[in-house]
Design a protein around this ligand. Structure first.
Ligand code: PHE
Ligand code: NA
Length: 499
């Protein structure tokens, strides 16, 4: 009999799931995606994506973890032997993401400290690239940058320490502290932002509905893409976390709560970010459109300069903003690392401590790549490929394998419905069997076409192939290889079926 760890409370599980979902993507990805894809009108495809793909997939992954009580690979294996490789694939994608996600948190940690004296000065762009990251030409590794290395070590030490403590005492506890704090800090920033001069113009720009865009396929792809990324779906994260649910746990309701909490935070971030952008546009006397950015540029270039021109308490809001990034990031990072910690533990029958130590050290070592002079460029390229092929392709294979090849949706639905207050009907099966695969398939085709039309980010093609394609191929091959290794006998026993 295995003695699987458990979350201590339903509230704790929800905090952990929402903590994983609410991440950098909510703060720096959603606002720009929504703005560029119809503004206020984007809320319609976004809501449809949430209800037809996001929440159905959350329910699916929660059910898998709860029913099969295993890490990604073990849960897929228990569903059907022929699905294990997908579990490994997702584990490896999670591994790759964790190696650079940790680095971004490290930057945010540095910037929290820089906030104390607004160290980035009046040229935040040059400061980030030149003084802080000391970026080299694309493809050049250079050497390790101490200013990044030190916060990166701190990020890994905290992550490893929390995971060492286990599910209830580590993961759950951290999320129960970090998530409410994040919410409070971020709300303070939003309140400040909407009371700045020019905020109204920013919000108008953000919410102004561009209905004409709703007929464009690109907008729907963006909506589904955002929902997937934002809910941490198709990385086995939610399977892993829900494998620690007590046997009597509501599934469907938890999925709805997680989905709506994440989207709520996203909307809050959209309001805060665009209010702040409106303020900046007014300061510079330019239209809002000209200051819109997302990702690293928004967080580490635009925001520092917005904070510079705050009418007071600049340092305080700097700390609040970057600490929000750290908190949002840490709760997500911990969930991704747990994916491979759990997989290692299951597959090689080793103790949790050994799995944490091994998994944590290997990923920390790999993350050094991004703490080099070439770091920013590597990160940008790997992130692009992971987001495209890692998420979209693995999500597509996931719904096809479960819905069509192994035909498990009915069984899984019964399992979830027997435990949940709120029962799903045939809409759930229809969404997963038809709507999601069609949309993901369409999305994938579009992404591949764009890929060939223009090399991503204007990088030299050979660099793209080297760092992007090689990573993707390695991941697939390794995943298949790992699934050829035999499981320990007690893992293949029938007893999990009673879960
Ligand atoms: N869901 C997180 C966000 O919105 C991103 C994430 C992706 C976290 C993958 C963990 C794993 O930022
Ligand atoms: Na999110």
């Amino acid at each position: 009999m295995e003695n699987r760890q458990q979350f201590a409370s339903r509230y704790g599980f929800i905090m952990a799931a929402v903590g994983s979902a609410v991440g950098l993507g909510n703060i720096w990805r959603f606002p720009a995606v929504a703005y560029e894809n119809g503004g206020g009108a984007f809320l319609i495809p976004y809501l449809i994506a949430l209800l037809t793909a996001g929440i159905p997939l959350l329910i699916l992954e929660f059910t898998m973890g709860h029913k099969y009580r295993g890490s990604g690979p073990l849960s897929y294996f228990r569903m059907n032997k022929g699905a294990e490789w997908l579990g490994w694939w997702q584990v490896l994608v999670a591994f790759v993401i964790s190696t650079y996600y940790a680095v971004i948190i490290a930057w945010a940690l540095s910037y929290t400290v820089f906030s104390f004296d607004l160290k980035w000065g009046d040229k935040p762009d040059a400061f980030l690239v030149g003084e802080y990251l000391k970026v080299a030409d694309p493809g050049v590794f250079g050497s390790l940058v101490p200013g990044v290395l030190i916060p990166l070590l701190i990020v890994w030490i905290v992550t490893i320490a929390v995971l060492f403590k286990g599910v209830a005492k580590g993961i759950e506890k951290l999320n129960k502290i970090f998530l409410p704090l994040l919410f409070i800090m971020f709300t303070l920033i939003v309140i400040r932002a909407i009371t700045l001069d020019g905020a109204a113009e920013g919000l108008n720009a953000f919410f102004e509905p561009r209905w004409d865009l709703l007929t464009s396929g690109k907008v729907w792809v963006a909506a589904y893409g955002q929902i997937f990324f934002s809910l941490s779906i198709a990385f086995a994260i939610m399977i892993t976390y829900s494998s620690y649910l007590p046997k009597k746990s509501d599934i469907n309701n938890n999925a709805f709560i997680t989905g709506f909490a994440n989207s709520g935070f996203e909307l809050l971030a959209g309001i805060g970010v665009f209010a702040a952008l409106g303020f900046m546009a007014q300061q510079q006397g330019v239209p809002v459109d000209e200051v819109v950015k997302s990702g690293i540029g928004l967080a580490f270039m635009v925001f520092p300069s917005i904070i510079n021109s705050f009418p007071g308490l600049n340092e305080v809001f700097g700390v609040l903003f970057f600490l929000s990034l750290v908190f949002a990031g840490m709760t997500s990072l911990i969930s991704i690392v747990e994916v491979y910690v759990a997989a290692l533990q299951d597959k090689f029958s080793i103790s949790r401590s050994k799995a944490v130590l091994f998994g944590g050290l290997v990923s920390a070592l790999f993350s050094l790549i991004y703490a080099s002079n070439g770091g920013l460029n590597f990160l940008d390229i790997v992130d692009h490929f992971i987001n495209t092929y890692g998420i979209v392709l693995s999500g597509l294979i996931e719904v096809i394998l479960i819905g069509w090849v192994f035909k498990k949706l009915g069984e899984l639905q019964n399992h979830a419905n027997s435990l949940s207050d709120l029962r799903t009907g045939s809409w759930w099966v229809i969404c997963l069997k038809f709507v999601t695969p069609v949309l993901l398939g369409y999305m994938l085709i579009q992404l591949v076409i764009t890929e060939f039309k223009e090399p991503y980010g204007g990088y030299p093609v050979d660099a793209l192939i080297k760092y992007g394609a090689v990573t993707s191929v390695t991941i697939i091959l390794l995943g298949v290889l790992l699934s050829f290794l035999k499981w320990d006998k007690n893992k293949t026993a029938k007893e999990h079926k009673e879960a």
